[in-house]
Design a protein around this ligand. Structure first.
Ligand code: AHG
Ligand code: MN
Ligand code: MN
Length: 337
């Protein structure tokens, strides 16, 4: 049934500010501006071929990946939206070599914003869900926000994190450190509306998410975990497991937040040299913060992701996240090995 008294993102944030003091006016402005930028990205994504946004940009990022037009456009939209409000000291993005400073004509604020402007780029041209991931840190008083070093804070320092999914509907999933809340974009009103408060990842799960084409490269603990899942009712887990891999982290993790499971992009022989596939600052940290706030766990297999002290802005890490018991099992297999 249609909700006749919808709570908008603005109302939610103001009430959160009033009741719990988990955010101040500056952080609230920041989150609203990010949400507004994501609305613009959502509109661009939904236009598809009609908007001329599909295909390659013809450029590459610092990580040697070919950029899609939408990677570049989404990055631009987030930069433009966030530079004038006075809430930020700087921004860092998966698509930029180094942080972007706030132009001199605008005041500087106390926060740092990091983002993966468009997650799941390989899905853009095939009309499958993509999203945006963001993380908010406080800028240290003595830090120079034009340097990579200013951003190198462990995930435990995040004051907010969120992701959007541009799918059949556009969702914004947000935490300010007091649970995880889901907002759905009401396209007629042009606003994000609270549709789920304080979501919790189901504990009991029989679903895993991994790119199985890498199986031959996996380390023994991951191979053991997946083999046991695949063995089904007759195997050591005594149950049949299901597998899903969208190849957009936002979509895969959102499914897990909704109905449980474990998402893995583990260390493997292919990605060992670079430390993993997913980016710590733009993907692993914000998604780990959200997963933990939803009652789940997130690990590299050897350490809690949020405790990692970043060494490089574009650092990559192995990621195992989702339902707590399953993550703990995989971590246990790593310890035994
Ligand atoms: P991005 O599009 O921001 O580069 O991220 C893609 C990531 C992540 O979303 C996804 O889980 C993974 O890469 C997919 O990797 P494979 O293509 O190796 O499956
Ligand atoms: Mn990504
Ligand atoms: Mn991306």
């Amino acid at each position: 049934m249609k909700n006749t008294n919808p709570i908008s993102l603005t109302q939610f944030l103001i009430e959160e500010q009033r009741a719990h003091g988990t955010l101040n006016a500056e952080l609230r402005l920041l989150l609203e501006v990010v949400a507004r930028a994501c609305k613009r990205i959502s509109i661009a994504v939904s236009k598809g071929a009609l908007g001329g946004v599909l295909g390659d940009a013809g450029t590459g990022n610092i990580q040697g990946e070919a950029q899609k037009k939408l990677d570049v456009l989404s990055n631009e939209i987030l930069l433009q939206a966030n530079e004038w409000g006075g809430h930020l000291a700087g921004m860092a993005s998966e698509e930029m070599d180094h942080p972007s400073c706030i132009p001199g004509e605008y005041p500087q604020g106390g926060y740092l914003l990091l983002f993966d402007p468009l997650d799941g780029s390989s899905n853009i041209d095939v009309n499958i869900s993509v999203g945006t991931i963001f993380s908010v840190l406080r800028a240290a008083d003595d830090a120079d926000p034009s340097t990579d070093e200013a951003f190198l804070q462990p995930g435990t320092q995040q004051v907010a994190a969120g992701y959007t999914v541009y799918g059949p509907s556009t969702l914004l999933v947000l935490t300010v450190g007091r649970g995880v809340h889901v907002f759905t974009l009401d396209r007629e009103q042009g606003s994000f509306v609270l549709t789920q408060r304080d979501v919790k990842i189901p504990v009991k799960t029989r679903e895993f998410s991994i790119n199985a084409s890498n199986a031959r490269h996996w380390e023994a603990p991951v191979k053991r975990y997946i083999d046991e899942c695949l063995a089904g009712k007759e195997g050591p887990r005594g149950d049949d497991f299901n597998m899903r891999w969208v190849a957009s982290m936002v979509a895969d993790v959102h499914r897990i937040i909704t109905r449980g499971g474990v998402f893995m992009y583990p260390l493997d022989a292919k990605t060992q040299k670079q430390g993993g596939k997913l980016r710590l600052m733009y993907e692993a940290n914000p998604m780990s913060f959200i997963v933990e706030q939803a009652g789940g766990a997130a690990s590299t297999g050897r350490a809690r992701i949020l405790d990692l002290v970043p060494e490089k802005l574009h650092q990559r890490v192995p990621v195992i996240m989702g339902s707590r018991e399953e993550v703990e099992r995989v971590v246990g297999y790593h310890a035994q090995a």
